[in-house]
Design a protein around this ligand. Structure first.
Ligand SMILES: *Cc1c(COP(=O)(O)O)cnc(C)c1O
Length: 395
């Protein structure tokens, strides 16, 4: 059996996206800035795509800027939030310890430029606490950036409440919603969001296209100097096929949001219940506030990398944490921020599901993982050492 359970790393393109993209590549080759009919045709399609993306977020088309990826949208939002702050003499930013590297590395760059960044702790359940956010706010705080949904452990932050607090204090609020858009309801108005990043390939659109939502009242400056594209703020001829495919994928995801959430949540819960049976395992994140599709576990006494290799041999595509950290031997910064010891964080497994997965696949995962964990433990010196202090759960 083959099971793709790494949807938080990237998703397969949907039929709607691919079916939009191919003809767009073949027919809609005009440059949207050209005045002739091929240009007009492409421009009309671009306008339509912008309207679709805006509608799915409850935004206005003027508030949507297409970007090359989610990372770019994160960079743009944060650097702009910082620039606006600095112009007003405010150089303090609040974020948290479990953001994606697109956010953390941008903040690190700002710190080198003299900004002060407070990283809120997320506690054992992976959630930011509102009272701690409120306490961290200073007169010179210009920006709060807290992700909607964490890509490794799936926790859903209290975005609406964070946004409300920022509104009340007159502080700009950005959220990296790359794992949320297309998966859970996102409404920039109701959720009090000023700036939001999204990425197509996390909801069945192609890679290499994303968007930044920026509230009309915010005076966003240029990110890429060039032509008049994206209202002059991001030069570069628009990637029409990718943008149209992203709009098609998002429209489909939003149209089926409730049923997809129910389906994926049911699979997730069965997976969690099954994996929890494994001795010395723990499910990471918050039991209530979590994404429908992201399951994160730690198994004591084993290495996550060996687990992944064995699961791959069994046809299961999973991940140890974030795709961006695989290849490095450091345990995930997210799991460490939950207060987990290094050796436990090393034995992590992330399975991320989408509506294309099936219960049969979940059952197959539940057949394979406990056996692989058991086998690896029998070969693990760490586990042998643990057995000196506890009863062998496999006896
Ligand atoms: C994938 C991801 C990103 C980066 O998006 P790209 O389009 O791959 O650049 C940013 N933030 C989160 C939470 C992600 O999961």
């Amino acid at each position: 059996m083959f099971v793709y359970a790494d949807n938080a790393a990237t998703t397969a393109m949907s039929k709607a996206a691919a079916g939009t993209m191919l003809p767009a590549m073949q027919e809609l080759y005009g440059n949207p800035s050209s005045l002739h009919q091929k240009g007009r045709e492409a421009n009309m399609a671009l306008i339509g795509a912008r309207e679709t993306v805006a509608r799915c977020l409850n935004a206005s088309p003027k508030e949507i800027y297409f970007t090359g990826c989610g990372t770019e949208a994160d960079n743009w939002a944060i650097l702009e939030g910082a620039r606006m702050g600095a112009e007003a003499g405010k150089k303090h930013i609040i974020s948290d310890a479990i953001e994606h590297h697109a956010v953390l590395h941008t903040l690190a760059k700002l710190e080198k430029q003299g900004f002060d960044v407070t990283y809120l702790p997320v506690h054992e359940n992976g959630l930011v606490r509102l009272e701690e956010l409120a306490a961290a706010i200073r007169p010179d705080t210009c920006l709060v950036t807290v992700m909607f949904c964490n890509n490794e452990i799936g926790t859903l932050q209290p975005v609406r409440e964070i946004g409300a607090l920022c509104r009340e204090k007159g502080i700009l609020f950005h959220t990296d919603a790359v794992q949320a858009v297309g998966h859970v309801p996102v409404d920039v108005e109701a959720d009090n969001i000023d700036m939001l990043s999204l990425s197509g390939h996390k909801f069945h659109a192609p890679k290499g296209v994303g968007a930044l939502y920026c509230k009309k009242s915010i005076k966003l400056k240029n990110f890429i100097e060039g032509g008049a594209q994206e209202r002059g703020r991001r030069g570069g001829t628009e990637a029409i096929p990718s943008i149209l495919a992203m709009a098609a994928a998002l429209e489909e995801s939003c149209a089926h949001l409730q049923e997809n959430m129910e389906k994926v949540t049911a699979m997730r819960d069965r997976l969690i219940a099954g994996l929890s049976q494994i001795p010395y395992s723990r499910c990471n994140g918050d039991p209530d506030r979590k994404a429908p599709g992201i399951v994160s576990f730690c198994f004591e006494g084993i290495e996550g990398e060996s687990l992944l290799l064995r699961l791959d041999l069994a046809g299961i595509c999973a991940s140890s944490g974030s795709a961006c950290t695989s290849g490095s031997l450091d345990p995930s910064h997210v799991l460490l921020a939950l207060g987990m010891p290094h050796e436990v964080a090393h034995g992590s497994l992330r399975l991320s599901l989408c509506e294309y997965n099936t219960m049969e696949e979940v059952d197959y995962i539940l057949e394979q993982v406990p056996e692989v964990v058991r086998t690896l433990r029998q070969m693990s010196p760490v586990w042998m050492h643990m057995l000196e202090h506890m009863d062998d759960p496999y006896q």
